[in-house]
Design a protein around this ligand. Sequence first.
Ligand code: ZN
Length: 111
Amino acid sequence: MKLNCDMTMDLVALYQDGLASESTNEAVESHLETCARCREYYKSYRIAKPFQEEFLTVQEREFAEVAKRLRARKLWKRIFTCSYILASIAAMMVLWLRLQDEDEFDVYHVK
Ligand SMILES: [Zn+2]
């Protein structure tokens, strides 16, 4: 399959994202080997692609914001859970140490 420059530039996005078929990949690659202009376009496309804020749509930005908040909330939940468990263990240890000293904790036996 022989591609012209317009077709190649249209297909570069699919090629880059790995969504093009094997024959399309080969056609794009063979055109990129011979055409400097399309190679430049492909390079600039590759640089622009990785998640840069200005390339995100409004919905994607909102989703990223929500995901960030959820991650933060999850982190705080974990911190709270760990603190709660540690505080419980500490309280049990204090109670256990006090129970070791029977005289101090002998509340059930009237003297
Ligand atoms: Zn070209």
